[in-house]
Ligand binder design. Structure first.
Ligand SMILES: *Cc1c(COP(=O)(O)O)cnc(C)c1O
Length: 340
């Protein structure tokens, strides 16, 4: 991904590019969703990245720059996907990776990824915001580089998703729908659209619609949330580091930051899986839940960002659908149950 967009990224011949072939993710037409909304809706399937989330776009650049600077260790706080991605890219670069995760609130698949890629994982008795505060202090006292989205290279890498959308559609869409947690990604997409337009690659900018979970909606409510709560653990954040980036993207684009309930998120999650055959994680479905709530003008083009892969959180998936029935190993029994 760095090679494709080198001219727009802070890299030089001296930068060792640490890549796992991230980016170039599908921009998938969503016919059933389009029918429901009455507009052309496409899904940017970021779960197709190497570690299963958009975090890889930011991590390839953050780790490449860390390697260029001669760093030996990186650290992050994570609701899961940042740790999975940091562990993989740091491992590839031969850097030590330490991650702090909130105890009990990380999807099983993400924890497995951080562990298999060799990160030093600590569970913190606290939430993501507590973990990020410790990470930032740690980096002031110890020789480690923070690879959370407070690291500007993360934002620069992640903006390439907007470039890809413009490259495929030929211009920016009318509306971009995106989940908002720590708010780095909406900041990055907006930066990408603006830079591409300024470079003459697009003629216009989309309206940016960011969606927080109702139980973790500090930007919507206008104040930090001490104990954020939502089934969408990737956006269970009460004190977004890029708060200003999110509100700037919304106001400059004529968009908004809005909240969607867990019920609406899970309904969108099931709809995407059953009607569009796209399995994303609950946080990702917030973009579609939001679109279904606010709608879009007839004839407009909407892109929904599906931030991470559904397989990361199998517990949620199974809790949402009935557990399969057990039958005898007998054709008759199978035919009876399937009514076939
Ligand atoms: C990190 C993440 C988000 C939130 O992105 P922010 O940049 O923190 O707003 C949403 N969905 C998934 C799957 C994520 O991993």
């Amino acid at each position: 991904m760095i090679e494709e967009y080198r001219d727009f990224l802070p890299v030089s011949a001296a930068t060792p590019v640490i890549s796992l072939a991230e980016g170039a993710t599908p921009l998938l037409e969503a016919p059933r969703l389009s029918e429901r909304v009455g507009a052309r809706v496409l899904l940017k399937v970021e779960g197709a990245n190497p570690t299963g989330s958009f975090k890889d776009r930011g991590m390839t650049l953050a780790i490449s720059k860390a390697a260029e600077a001669g760093d030996r260790a990186v650290v992050c706080a994570s609701t899961g996907n940042t740790s999975a991605s940091a562990a993989a890219y740091a491992g590839r670069a031969g850097l030590t990776c330490a991650v702090l995760i909130p105890e009990g609130y990380i999807a099983l698949g993400k924890l497995a990824q951080a562990l298999v890629h060799g990160a030093r994982v600590l569970q913190v008795r606290g939430n993501f915001d507590d973990a990020l505060a410790i990470v930032r202090e740690l980096a002031e006292q110890a020789p480690v580089t923070v690879v959370n989205s407070v690291n500007p290279h993360r934002i620069d890498g992640q903006k390439t998703a907007a470039f890809e959308v413009v490259d495929v559609l030929g211009d920016a869409p009318d509306i971009l729908c995106i989940p908002v947690g720590n708010a780095g990604n909406i900041t990055a997409w907006w930066k990408g659209y603006c830079e591409y337009r300024n470079a003459g690659q697009a003629t216009r900018l989309p309206r940016m619609l960011g969606f927080q979970a109702a139980g973790a909606a500090p930007i919507v409510e206008g104040h930090p949330i001490e104990s954020p709560d939502t089934v969408a653990t990737a956006i269970r954040i009460g004190r977004p580091a890029s708060w200003y980036g999110a509100t700037a993207a919304a106001s400059e684009s004529g968009g908004a930051i809005l909240a969607v309930t867990d019920e609406a998120i899970l309904a969108a999650y099931r709809f995407l899986a059953s009607a569009e055959s796209v399995f994303c994680e609950p946080a990702s479905a917030a973009s579609v839940a939001g679109l279904l709530e606010v709608g879009a003008p007839a004839g407009s083009t909407v892109v929904c960002v599906l931030t991470g892969h559904g397989l990361k959180d199998p517990d949620i998936a199974i809790s949402q659908i009935a557990v399969p029935m057990v039958v005898d190993a007998d054709l008759g029994a199978v035919r009876t149950e399937l009514a076939l």
